[in-house]
Design a protein around this ligand. Structure first.
Ligand code: PRP
Ligand code: URA
Length: 213
């Protein structure tokens, strides 16, 4: 799995405000949105394009446009929803599928409670959006869904990762038989005993949308 950890002062600045416990939900949502758009630039580096003729006011020339089939963007509910608009800003013609997953906070295993994906993903470049890559269980399960439906390439876009999660997802990606890459704004020190990223930013879903229970 190709891993790209962003190294950019603007991304580091926004990530720091996102981490701050005093940052309120509206600001958290806006920053998550801005960060995704910055990460999307890197995540879409290898989308496939095709040549297209274009007439400028000066002459005829050749440009490019996104080649079909359309990319598929998959936010992993609930927190991944906070990344959707930021991704769509760069890929407005992408189709959107949904995966609902919740981590059991005792076992740390991901449970899938909703799935709305095209049956056949042959030839499609799929972008999985999830702010937190902690144990990697949720992202690994999402990647298995996408590869199982025939995705040609999978790119995960995350805000924060733990080394343990990257290692787990790297191992799972090797089993999929399709190219997988990860673009992430930062990789932190470790997971704590509750499976939270340290120093992290807390519970991304709660900070975006409020407590769920
Ligand atoms: C969080 C986060 C990831 C997952 C990461 O979701 O948004 O999906 O945990 O943890 P993992 O790498 O150990 O699987 P959560 O299960 O809290 O659900 P939510 O998005 O509804 O808040
Ligand atoms: N999910 C979160 O929202 N935050 C973490 O640190 C780990 C999992």
């Amino acid at each position: 799995m190709q891993v790209h950890i962003a190294d950019h002062p603007l991304i580091a600045h926004k990530l720091t405000v996102l981490r701050d416990e005093r940052t309120d939900s509206p600001t958290f949502r806006r920053l998550a949105d801005e960060l995704v758009t910055l990460l999307a630039y890197e995540a879409t580096r290898d989308v496939v394009v095709e040549s297209v003729p274009v007439r400028t006011p000066v002459t005829d020339t050749t440009g490019v446009r996104l080649a079909g089939p359309r990319p598929l963007v998959v936010p992993i509910l609930r927190a991944g929803l906070g990344m959707l608009e930021g991704m769509q800003r760069l890929l407005p013609t992408a189709e959107v599928g949904f995966l609902g997953m919740v981590r059991n906070e005792e076992t740390l295993e991901a449970d899938t409670y909703a799935e709305r994906l095209p049956e056949d993903l042959s030839g499609r470049h799929c972008f999985a959006l999830d702010p937190m890559l902690a144990t990697g269980g949720s992202l690994a399960a999402a990647m298995h869904y996408l590869a199982g439906r025939g995705a040609e390439r999978i790119t995960a876009v995350c805000l924060l990762a733990a080394p343990e999660g990257i290692e787990h997802v790297t191992g799972e990606a090797e089993k999929l038989g399709v190219p997988v890459s990860l673009v992430v704004a930062g990789c932190d020190e470790r997971l704590n005993e509750n499976g939270y990223i340290v120093p992290g930013l807390g519970d991304a879903g709660d900070r975006l949308y409020g407590t769920a229970d």
